[in-house]
Design a protein around this ligand. Structure first.
Ligand code: B12
Length: 221
């Protein structure tokens, strides 16, 4: 049954047909597919596949990029609300997209995965100034700051992770708060996270959950 759902959803998303995509998902849930399976086995693989084909297509345009990510974000958010409740929280992360960067879909998917892995998340949104990452992490007693950056200049830039590291250092918070970064530029340059002063990076939400759980343990040790 899941195979049929995957095929029908992929076709609807490819046609940027929001209504049809939502109907496929709602019907699947009514027939017993879990919200977790919808996100991890249908939506995440579909968006990854779609993005790959969009990037490779000469006909790709920003409107199509935008619609594709909006459908996925909408389904993901709806399903997240139906995820099983976490009995015990592993720790807390504040996460946002770096200053100057408005890409939100990757971050949203990461948040969905983290919630399902029982990590408490505060979403700071997009275009987040470095000071806000640090202030909010302190205010919420978070063990980890997550920074998403989809463009090369926001991943490498002075107002992203580099400044967050600098602020943690100046305020003597480096033992209490760890930094994880993610986004396409870090996938293409595997050493970049170190260059910008992060403690770790992860390629997707599921790996991020594992790495963040490790960072939380490190802080609590
Ligand atoms: C969708 C999209 C958009 C949408 C964004 C919609 C939204 N709400 O997010 C719209 C149309 C708005 C957009 C706008 C722009 N975009 Co754009 N966009 C894309 C596109 C096609 C996909 C990005 C995406 O959503 N990927 C899908 C998600 C699921 O993947 P992901 O983000 O990588 O996330 C995964 C991992 O990276 C990781 N992850 C992500 N964040 C984090 C955070 C942490 C802490 C961790 C651990 C892991 C992690 O886990 C995620 C889940 O698996 C990419 C091309 C591409 N192939 O990547 C271009 C791309 C990123 N955009 C690009 C550009 C240039 C722009 C614009 C400047 C275009 C313009 N001229 O206006 C603007 C920028 C506006 C701004 N200031 O930010 C360029 C960047 C070039 C560069 N090298 O710097 C790209 C690469 C396209 C290209 N090939 O030129 N874009």
């Amino acid at each position: 049954m899941l195979e049929d759902v995957i095929t029908a959803y992929n076709e609807a998303v490819f046609d940027t047909d929001r209504e049809r995509a939502l109907k496929v998902i709602h019907d699947a849930v009514d027939r017993g597919v879990s919200p977790e399976d919808v996100v991890f086995k249908v939506v995440i693989p579909a968006i990854e596949q779609m993005i790959k084909s969009i990037s490779e297509s000469f006909d790709a345009n920003l409107a199509q990029h935008f619609m594709t990510s909006q459908i996925a974000a909408e389904v993901t958010e709806e399903m997240l609300a139906r995820f099983r409740k976490a009995p015990e929280v592993v720790g807390h992360i504040v996460i946002g997209t770096a200053q100057g960067d408005l890409h939100s879909l990757g971050k949203r998917i990461v948040i969905g995965c983290l919630k399902s892995l029982m990590i408490d998340v505060t979403d700071l949104g997009v275009n987040v100034p470095p000071e806000k990452f640090v202030d909010e992490a302190v205010a919420r007693n978070a063990q980890v700051i997550g920074i998403s950056a989809m463009m090369v200049h926001t991943a490498r830039g002075e107002n992203g992770c580099i400044m967050v590291r600098e602020l943690l250092r100046k305020r003597g918070l480096e033992d209490r708060i760890k930094i994880i970064v993610g986004g396409a530029p870090y996938r293409y340059d595997l050493e970049l996270y170190k260059t910008v002063g992060a403690d770790a990076s992860a390629d997707d939400g599921i790996t991020a959950g594992r790495v963040i759980a490790g960072l939380i343990k490190e802080v609590r040790r």
